[in-house]
Design a protein around this ligand. Sequence first.
Ligand code: SAH
Ligand code: MG
Length: 215
Amino acid sequence: MTKNVIAMMNHVAAHVANNMSLIENLKQYAKENHVPIIMDAGLSFLLENIKKYQVKTILEIGTAIGYSAINMALAGANVVTIERDEKMYQEALKNIKEAGLEDKIKVLFIDAKEAFLLVENMEFDMLFIDAAKASYQKFFDLYIPLLKKNGIVICDNLAFHGLAEKNANLDNCSRNLRAMIRKLNNFKDYLKSNENFSTNFFEIGDGMSVSIKKS
Ligand code: SAH
Ligand code: MG
């Protein structure tokens, strides 16, 4: 092998190693700061679907520190991701820069309920909904017009730590929490009955769905 090839392989290996430690650091940061990043099993499932459906462009609702966005970009996708919390937004920008993925991930600092005009000219292969659980239906209705034919929608945290499952005991939950869980359950019913999509639910991570646009 020529020196150049070896140097290039070392460069690639160093890049992969750097990103692996970056991912581990992000997980650690999330744990220490109680940032609700996607669970390991959920992330694997998300990345499998990106591969399976050959997803190239993703709109993510709920960036947090950029953990899922960085993983999806490392899997090859271009990501537009929306975050309304300034501290999270700044943290995400920092992490994306550190990962060298500024050309693959665009973070919009705005409430996703108000962000349609910023993305209305774009098209996406996938919509990943992972922000305020009470607003899933709003996010879904607002952004599905931007989905390409055969595009998919993936939602995270549909079980909401078991509280949004059948027969969950909500006696100790606040009124607000109960209202949120009711909305999340209504959204699941809405997905099931939506004839433009074919939806499957998975007991993976904190509960996930995959909806495929029929036309
Ligand atoms: N997808 C991330 C985790 C997101 S946590 C990951 O797995 O790595 C949910 C994030 O959504 C939080 O940072 C929260 O501030 C943000 N969020 C909640 N409601 C939002 C809204 N209406 N618009 C934009 N961001 C929102
Ligand atoms: Mg989540």
